[in-house]
Ligand binder design. Sequence first.
Ligand SMILES: Nc1ncnc2c1ncn2[C@@H]1O[C@H](COP(=O)(O)OP(=O)(O)OP(=O)(O)O)[C@@H](O)[C@H]1O
Length: 266
Amino acid sequence: MIEVKGLSKSFKLTKEAKKQLKSEQQDPRQEGDFFHALTRVDFACKPGQVLGLLGPNGAGKTTTLRILASSIRPDRGEILVNNVNIVKNPEQAKKKIGFLSTNTGLYQRLTAKENIEYFAKLHGMSSKQISERAPVLYEELGITEFLHRRAETLSTGMKQKVSIARAVVHQPDVLVLDEPTTGLDIMATETVLSFIENQKAKGTPIIFSTHHLEEVTMLADEIVVINHGKSCFRGTEESLKQQMGVSSFRKAFMHLVNKPKKEEAI
Ligand SMILES: Nc1ncnc2c1ncn2[C@@H]1O[C@H](COP(=O)(O)OP(=O)(O)OP(=O)(O)O)[C@@H](O)[C@H]1O
């Protein structure tokens, strides 16, 4: 179980960023030298639940997920994983959260196997634990046939599989996936989606962000919509449609974020 309560995060803007923001349409989240990327984000995800994080560009999804992965610290708020506040305990966070982002790097000169083993060791796993765990992942993700190839020679889809293995090798309590299918073809997307389904079946809470509403329909038990740095909806797709008084998920989402002209943006 993961509970996120009252997260907020502001970034200090560089001179260049301030100049750029001035030239763009004014974002009310900018205040002097600061940009209030998150002002209040709350949600929870139970064991075996898949939570889809949705929001327009710049809403605050990646910032939220980076905080969950303890890549950055929030200014305020709590994140409880099975009642342990991981904001106060970032070392625990790394153990408890498996994080996959579009920037999840692999060491290009290492093979797929070496990469996975390297990250397993960083998580403090023993050789025995790695030799038991890693082959299960190779099988589950279809990595076996390119295990000994260097990361630099792998296709985008193959790299994504290795990145997933890297993110879950230490069997984290919670999975956090930032746009896990972005840039992948249909086959690689299918691997990621069925991996999410498998993890769900094992009872892992999973939080993923996406711009694809159909992925949310397919996978998510509940949705959290973030808009302008706030979680503005939590519930099922059906309840969002009901609340917005429309029968289409896309329209309901667009009504909620109030940007009907930019339907194609999500
Ligand atoms: N280090 C930073 N300094 C200043 N502003 C930042 C920083 N990181 C993020 N932001 C701003 O915070 C806002 C939220 O960014 P974030 O990346 O979380 O959005 P997102 O919902 O993931 O968007 P997208 O769907 O486009 O990936 C954006 O306006 C972004 O420009």
